[in-house]
Write a protein that binds this ligand. Structure first.
Ligand SMILES: NC(=O)c1ccc[n+]([C@@H]2O[C@H](COP(=O)([O-])OP(=O)(O)OC[C@H]3O[C@@H](n4cnc5c(N)ncnc54)[C@H](OP(=O)(O)O)[C@@H]3O)[C@@H](O)[C@H]2O)c1
Length: 253
């Protein structure tokens, strides 16, 4: 259960190798979170994060295998996590791939891999997690969406469409969850300097994993449903959404 200050005590991270996820768990352990289940497809990549959490006061840090693409394993994975210990207060959904850029985006296998990871895989785990959290009667889900899902852009049309699908699913799921004791917060960062964007030119308003983590924790305390990082992205995307398509297409963004 969340502690007396409303901070989550036990956390499940889906995609624990993510730089944004690592920054978020570092912040949560400083706010007295004590139990962590870190899941991802290559646990050796977040072994160091696990050690850090232990050194900062975490009492239990468990590492588990999870492949977003292996949807047939998700139900069992979630059942095992929820059966193995105390209630889960917070589930952070952080896995994702950007995929190729430029014309290579339209390469068939690569494009499907992005959709299968960011949309199908994310939705598959979320369906199982939702069932468990609702049975538990409390808990929060935080899902990393993106401003890329706001409008179709030629530079990231496959990635953007995967995040648009995920974001709409989450918006509907948040509405469906009302009254269940479970809530869902969608996070829409702009450009964040992480492994995913290494080598990309950083645009204005580019931010850091630590700022995204701070916005997530702040959003949880304020019980917000949608978090934009940095906050002005909300107004930038609102303006872009209302531009006529003929003008929007000409922008090199
Ligand atoms: N960086 C940005 O500008 C930005 C902006 C908006 C939203 N986001 C979203 O924020 C989330 C975290 O991104 P990040 O920037 O922290 O990127 P990151 O450091 O590259 O982390 C992405 C993580 O996803 C994992 N992953 C990829 N495919 C997987 C699969 N099939 N099964 C399990 N895990 C898988 C990766 O695992 P491996 O280590 O095994 O590859 C990696 O740990 C993503 O959903 C991303 O789309 C990022």
């Amino acid at each position: 259960m969340n502690d007396a200050f409303g901070s989550p005590q036990s956390i499940l991270v889906l995609g624990a190798g993510s730089d944004i996820a690592a920054a978020t768990v570092r912040l949560l352990v400083r706010q007295r979170a004590r139990t962590f289940v870190l899941a991802g497809r290559k646990p050796e990549r977040f072994q160091a994060v696990a050690e850090e959490l232990r050194s900062l006061g975490a009492t239990t840090v468990e590492l588990r295998d999870l492949d977003a693409l292996d949807t047939s394993s998700h139900e069992d994975f979630v059942d095992e996590v929820f059966a193995s210990g105390e209630d889960i207060d917070l589930v952070l959904m952080a896995f994702g791939v950007h995929g190729a850029r430029g014309d290579a985006q339209l390469e068939h296998d690569g494009a499907l891999d992005v959709i299968r990871t960011n949309y199908v895989g994310a939705m598959s785990v979320l369906l199982s997690v939702t069932k468990r959290l609702v049975a538990q009667g409390h808990g929060s889900m935080v899902v990393l969406s993106s401003v890329a899902g706001e409008r179709g852009r030629k530079k990231n049309l496959v990635y953007g469409s995967s995040k648009a699908g995920l974001d709409v699913f989450c918006e509907g799921l948040a509405a469906w969850l009302r009254g269940s004791g479970v809530r869902l917060m969608v996070v829409r960062p702009g450009f964040v300097r992480t492994k995913m964007t290494a080598g990309f030119d950083a645009p204005p308003l580019a931010t850091t994993p630590e700022r995204v983590a701070a916005a997530i924790v702040d959003g949880l305390h304020r019980r917000t449903e949608v978090v934009w990082v940095p906050p002005p992205m909300r107004w930038v995307m609102s303006a872009l959404r209302h531009l006529p398509r003929s003008v929007f297409r000409r922008l090199e963004i």
